[in-house]
Design a protein around this ligand. Structure first.
Ligand code: 5AD
Ligand code: SF4
Length: 462
């Protein structure tokens, strides 16, 4: 899964789209969920704009509100339901009406239910139906009836659509390279919401990356639900794709998300080692530290396989930074199994982790075959233990950075203060540093002077 969206509950970020042009009817887009959804919103914006729709950042100025949704955990869906209730109330008050659409993973999962239970949803469009949005919008406008397309495609990759880069800092961009997932992990709804795996032709990806470089971008994050199983019809596999992207420009950094341990080959690790602009960082979701739980999760590797993989990564790419996803409280998880997750984290010492309580998703293998039997309070307590441990490890890892000098790609003002800049190291650590005379997109040599568990603080070397 992608997510990584960083844990933030990265996975639960919400983004809005900026005002761009004023067309006939204006659309407000809001994004929930992972980086893939953020990237999909850029595709949706492109499709709508090409069809003459205007885009607005202000929902009160919009005729159409589209929520690009996530279904990964129940709380992600609840958040969208609350937001829908808010827009429905607005619709009732607005004399000129308001068209409300649910797009993405929740649309795919709930389909007609959204129309039946949540009257006033006018559009339901799944992740492979975005080219059809202008038609759906016209249809609902003309008939006053809801319009639905939740067809999942075996081939749609939106390869020819140039994403509209919204909310962009002009420095870092997402490039979507494959869609869907065939892994069928027992807990995960994504194979049901996003369908089968398919890869976009590599020449269209290289072309998009080259355009980004021409337009001043300095970092791409290559995205797919299961990105390292990428293979296009001409036989280009993921290590080769990364290699080719890295040749476009030495000033372009390359990251990717999210990967599965089964596809993290020595060949891929060698690309990290050989290409200086392929970042020395991998998000490598482990999900759990106990082999029996991993088997129940249908993850296809054991604890030992995973630990061996981490050792290989560290041998081939010394100093490589690792982050992970962890689920706590999966069906049948005992106290001893939970402690195996803690011991694995202590052993691997990730720089960062996204940590979640298990949330049963209808249709999945786990929902059909297992009982969601770990009580909520136990899940919460285990999650707290995991988070506490990870915070300590992140802090200790960050402390070792003090005194070191890193090359940081400047992304813009820091969130807390306009006086300071922020950017990331090659190893994906966020650094906040003094402003100096730096433009967005410039590389700075920064000496680390202090840290928290989440951020490094530093000074530009003169
Ligand atoms: N419950 C909790 N967390 C989940 N994830 C996926 N499905 C579930 C679920 N049902 C987590 C996994 C995945 C990340 C994106 O979300 O850790 O890697
Ligand atoms: Fe992304 Fe969909 Fe998964 Fe949510 S359910 S994290 S939006 S792929």
């Amino acid at each position: 899964m992608l997510h990584q969206l960083t844990v933030m509950d990265t996975v639960d970020r919400r983004r809005t789209v900026e005002s761009e042009s004023s067309g006939e009817r204006s659309v407000y887009l809001e994004t929930y969920g992972c980086q893939m959804n953020v990237s999909d919103t850029e595709i949706i914006a492109s499709v709508l704009r090409a069809d003459g729709f205007g885009l607005t950042r202000d929902h009160t100025a919009a005729d159409i509100v589209l929520l690009n949704t996530c279904a990964i955990r129940e709380n992600a869906e609840q958040r969208v339901r609350r937001r829908l209730a808010y827009f429905r109330a607005r619709k009732r008050k607005r004399s000129s009406g308001l068209t409300i659409g649910v797009l993405g993973c929740m649309a795919e999962r709930l389909r007609h239910k959204l129309l039946e239970e949540e009257h006033l949803v006018d559009i339901v469009a799944g992740p492979d139906a975005y080219r059809d949005l202008p038609n759906l919008l016209r249809a609902t406008n003309e008939t006053g009836q809801a319009a639905v397309n939740v067809h999942l495609s075996r081939s749609e990759t939106y390869a020819d659509i140039a994403p509209v880069r919204y909310n962009s800092n002009g420095v870092t961009a997402f490039v979507s390279v494959m869609r869907g997932c065939d892994n069928m992990c027992a807990f995960c709804v994504v194979p049901f919401t996003r369908g089968r795996e398919r890869s976009r032709a590599s020449d269209t990806i290289l072309e998009e990356c080259a355009r980004l470089v021409e337009n001043g971008y300095r970092e791409v994050t290559v995205l797919g639900q299961n990105v390292n199983s990428y293979r296009d019809e001409s036989g280009v596999a993921f290590p080769e794709l990364l290699y080719r992207i890295s040749l476009i420009s030495p000033t372009l950094r390359i990251r990717y998300s999210t990967s599965h341990p089964k596809d993290c080959s020595d060949e891929l690790l060698s690309v990290h080692r050989e290409r200086p602009n392929v970042c020395n960082y991998i998000h490598l979701p482990v999900q759990h530290g106990n082999t029996e739980v991993l088997r129940r999760m249908r993850r296809s590797y054991t604890r030992e396989d995973y630990v061996t993989l981490v050792e290989r990564a560290r041998t081939i790419c010394p100093g490589i930074s690792l982050s992970t996803d962890i689920i706590t409280g999966f069906c049948g998880e005992t106290e001893e199994e939970h402690r195996d997750t803690l011991s694995l984290m202590a052993h691997v010492r990730y720089d960062h982790a996204y940590m979640f309580m298990y949330s049963e998703r209808p249709e999945t293998y786990a929902a059909r075959k297992y009982v969601d039997d770990v009580p909520e309070e136990v899940k919460k307590r285990r999650l707290t233990e995991i988070i506490r441990l990870q915070n300590r490890i992140s802090y200790e890892n960050n402390r070792t950075e003090i005194g070191r000098v890193h090359t940081v790609l400047t992304e813009g003002p820091s969130r807390r203060s306009q006086e300071r800049l922020c950017g990331r190291t090659d190893s994906n650590k966020m650094v906040v540093f003094d402003r100096a005379q730096l433009k967005n997109g410039s590389y700075a040599r920064v000496r680390i002077t202090d840290c928290t568990s989440a951020t490094l603080l530093g000074e530009v070397c003169t």
